[in-house]
Design a protein around this ligand. Sequence first.
Ligand code: NAD
Ligand code: ZN
Length: 392
Amino acid sequence: MKAICWHGRQDMRVDSVDDPRIEDPRDVIIRVTSTAICGSDLHLYDFFVPFMKPGDVVGHEPMGIVEEVGSEVRRLRKGDRVVVPFTISCGECFFCRKQLFSCCDTTNPEPKRKVAEKMMGHSPAGLFGYSHLLGGFPGGQAEYLRVPHADVGCLKIESDLADEQVLFLSDIFPTGYMGAENAEIEDGDTVAVWGCGPVGQFCIQSAWMFGAGRVIAIDRVPERLAMARDKGRAETIDFSKQDVYETLQEMTEGRGPDRCIDAVGAEAHGWGAFDAVLDNIKASVNLTTDRAHALRQAIYCCRKGGTVSIPGVYVGYPDKIPMGAVMNKALTLKSGQTHVQKYHHELLKRIEAGDIDPSFVITHRLPLEQGPEAYRTFRDKKDGCIKVVLKP
Ligand code: NAD
Ligand code: ZN
C-alpha cells in the first residue's frame, strides 16, 4: 500500500510499504477514507520528537471502513465506518478504568518503554505514528491501518455525516475540548488562548461551551486570527505587532485572564523576545528539547489563582519555566495527551445535533500522494493553510 513515511528532518515521502495484517485477535484493519495532518506531526517533521526511524509510517487522525476483524473483536463488523482516536488504549488497566486513556499502562511495548519510563517516570499510552518512544505503531496517513484494541478505540459513525464533519473526533476536537475543560472555566471567565492553529480553534469553540464570558486568541498568522474572530467570536491579539502582556492587562483591568490555554507547544515563536531567542540558540545545538515561549507567557499573564491548561505538546525538558510565578500566584497547571475515548461519544452527539460543524478548519483537501508538499505548506503556513485533509 501507499503511506507517508518519515525519512528525517523535513523529509516525508510517499512510499510503498507492506499492507498491515491482523496481529492480535483484538485488532481490526481499516481502509482509510480520510486522514489529516496535525500540528503534532510537525514536531516529527521538524525532528523535535526523538526515536523516529527512516521509513516509519506517520499520521494519527484517520477514519475509514473496517475491512478485516480479529476473532475477539465484539463491537465491530466488516463494512462499519469508524473514526480512530490517536491514543491506543486497552480499556482495562487502572488508568483506562479512570478514563485516563492517554495514560494507558499496557499499550506502549518494550524495548522503548523503558526509555519512556526513564524520561518521564512512567510510560504513557502508545500512539499511532508517533515515534518508537510511544510504541512505534504505524500511523494512519496510509491506505490501510491496523487498529489495536479496536473495540475500545474505534468510534462507529452510523449517521450519514460526511467524513469531514467527524474526522476531527480522532484528535483535535476532543483536544480542544479537554484543553478547555482543563482550564477549569467558570461562568463569565475571560479565557486567553495562545495559538490559533486547529487545536487553538477548537479550544476557542470549547471555551464557549464551558461558559466563558470572553475569549481572547493570540497568534500572528492573519488568516488564523481571522478564523478565531469569524468562526470563534474571539477578540484577537497579533503577537508580532502587540505586546501580549500589556494588551491582556489593558483588556482585563490589570488582573490578567482568568484562564490561559497554551495551544502552541514545543515550537513556539517569540518574535525577538529574549527568552525565545535563547530557546532558538539552545534548540539549534540540542541544549533544550522544546521552545517554551508561549507557556512562559501564559504563566506570566494568568491572573492570580487562575488556571493554565496546556494541550500544546512538550517533548522533554523545556528551560526556564517560571515556577516562581506558578507557586506565588497560586496557579493550577493541567495538561495531557487527550483522553480521546473519554470525549468522542459526547462530541459526536454535539455534531449530530448540529451544535458544531468541525469542518470549518479545513483549508486544504489533497490526495495522499501530495502529503509531503502538504507538510511543507502547513508548516510554513503558506497558501492560507490551516488544516489539511488527505484522501488516500
Ligand atoms: P499548529 O502548528 O498549526 O498551530 C500552532 C499555532 O501557534 C500557529 O498558528 C503558530 O503561529 C502559533 N504560535 C506560535 N508561537 C506562538 C506564540 N508565541 N504565541 C501565540 N501563538 C503562537 O498546530 P495545531 O495543530 O494547532 O497544534 C497545536 C499544538 O497542540 C501542538 O503542539 C500540537 O502538538 C498539540 N496537540 C496536542 C494534542 C494533545 O493530545 N494534547 C493533540 C493534538 C495536538
Ligand atoms: Zn494530532
